[in-house]
Design a protein around this ligand. Structure first.
Ligand SMILES: C[S@@+](CC[C@H](N)C(=O)[O-])C[C@H]1O[C@@H](n2cnc3c(N)ncnc32)[C@H](O)[C@@H]1O
Length: 205
């Protein structure tokens, strides 16, 4: 009898055309020589000092269906009207992990993506150029989990109620998680982070 992998089923509201992940992946174009930089135990990684110690993660990251749901935004006054967001199904306590941000790690710029999170940016010591950097980012544009639906607070709330936090993911790589901030998130409230002023500045046209 076939065994169904329920972890792999996307949560309700998942959009067609986006691959649902329960673990992040490497892009086929990911420069394999950079892989040790993603592992915080790596000796020469500047990343290791940046990443907070994290409890051992399960192999896959299920959707926290008891905490949140994916919601279609139907209020015309909402700046992301017609899109999706994340809403709390019950009060989520302050400083609580809600879910991981999963996607595809890459080492090439993805300026066109609105779902791309930088996880590592360090100086390239092998380059003769003064400003040369090594950049690794996690893009959920085509493949990801519900972390990709967290909206920015601007024009929606007075302040973010969540933030992206660096952590070690289930692959042992530097990853990102969505955590509540100091006030938690009330039942029915939308989870909102700050993408940062730079994110919006890069999109002004
Ligand atoms: C990472 S996605 C967030 C999820 C997105 N709403 C969706 O349905 O896929 C980022 C995109 O969401 C929208 N967005 C998020 N926060 C916003 C805000 N405060 N105002 C306007 N648009 C926002 C923008 O279109 C942005 O490019």
């Amino acid at each position: 009898m076939p065994v169904l992998n329920h972890d792999a089923a996307p949560p309700p509201g998942w959009p067609a055309g986006v691959t649902y992940l329960t673990r992040s992946r490497l892009s086929p174009t990911f420069e394999r020589a950079r892989l040790p930089l993603l592992t915080p135990s790596s000796n020469d990684s500047a990343a290791s000092s940046k990443v907070a110690a994290s409890s051992k993660q399960p192999q896959s990251q299920p959707f926290p269906k008891e905490l949140i749901k994916i919601k279609k935004i139907t209020e015309p006054s909402h700046p992301a009207f017609g899109q999706l967001g994340l809403v709390a199904l019950k009060k989520i306590e302050p400083r609580t992990k809600v879910l991981s941000y999963l996607g595809v790690y890459h080492t090439r710029p993805h300026p066109e993506s609105d779902y791309d999170l930088s996880v590592l940016r360090i100086r390239d010591e092998d380059s003769t150029e003064v400003d040369a950097t090594i950049d690794i980012a996690l893009d959920a544009a085509k493949s990801g989990n519900a972390g990709r639906f967290v909206n920015d607070y601007r024009g929606i709330g007075s302040a973010p109620n969540c933030q992206f936090v660096e952590a070690v993911d289930s692959n042992g790589w530097i990853g990102m998680e969505v955590w509540t901030l100091g006030k938690g998130v009330g039942k029915g409230e939308e989870l909102l982070v700050s993408y940062g002023k730079g994110w919006w500045a890069g999109r002004q046209g």
